[in-house]
Design a protein around this ligand. Structure first.
Ligand code: DGI
Ligand code: FE
Ligand code: FE
Ligand code: FE
Length: 187
């Protein structure tokens, strides 16, 4: 799909702020794809659609999780988690994107996943470090992303888990498992 067409489709689903974030993720993902030898076009399309479901009603997302037999443990953590796997489902069934690598990257962009393929790591990180983000520690992750994708993912996960704990929020198991898996590989 052409970038212009994809952006037109996603713009209707998002607020202006989230659309600007999406453009940042797109530029960042393409740059990372070039640096690490991933498919530039897949990175572009996955980035454009990664937050497609961000503003769907929570009830609609819960219903899709159940009807599509997704992992129901998703329903017992923050509702922020749902837009990633539900987004992949809707991007497939409403937009007609069928490429499994793109759909996987959208599915895993919020929590990460154990053994994330390169494209998943790129979208996960691009979402975290795009120019509009200003979390504490984001500059460190930006610098790491130029050196080593997995080390940068570990740092992003560490920041997210620390942030969630400080907020007294629940941590989704895949987030911790992804952190453990990547950290173990470094030892
Ligand atoms: O959709 P974005 O805001 O661009 O970014 P995102 O898809 O990474 O979502 C970030 C939100 O997801 C943020 O509010 C923290 C939340 N989140 C990420 N990992 C976890 C989580 N929430 C819970 N409860 N547990 C997690 O493991
Ligand atoms: Fe998201
Ligand atoms: Fe993220
Ligand atoms: Fe995002």
């Amino acid at each position: 799909m052409e970038r212009k067409k994809a952006l037109e489709i996603v713009k209707e689903q998002l607020t202006e702020h989230r659309y600007v974030h999406t453009l940042g993720v797109m530029e960042t993902a393409i740059a990372l794809a070039e640096r690490y030898g991933a498919d530039r076009k897949k990175a572009e399309i996955a980035a454009i659609f990664h937050d497609y479901a961000k503003f769907r009603p929570k009830e609609e997302m819960r219903r899709i999780v159940i009807q599509q037999k997704m992992d129901e443990t998703l329903l017992h953590y923050g509702t922020e988690l749902l837009h990633a796997p539900v987004g992949a489902y809707l991007v497939e069934h409403e937009v007609g994107i069928t490429n499994q690598e793109i759909l996987s990257a959208i599915t895993n962009h919020t929590t990460g996943a154990v053994d994330m393929p390169l494209l998943d790591q790129i979208i996960f990180l691009a979402d975290y470090i795009e120019p509009g983000r200003n979390f504490p520690g984001v500059d460190e992750v930006r610098a790491l992303a130029q050196e080593d994708l997995e080390v940068a993912c570990i740092a992003a996960l560490r920041n997210t888990v620390t942030f969630l704990m400080k907020q007294q929020q629940l941590i989704f198991p895949a987030t911790i498992e992804t952190y453990n898996h990547l950290q173990r590989k470094r030892k």
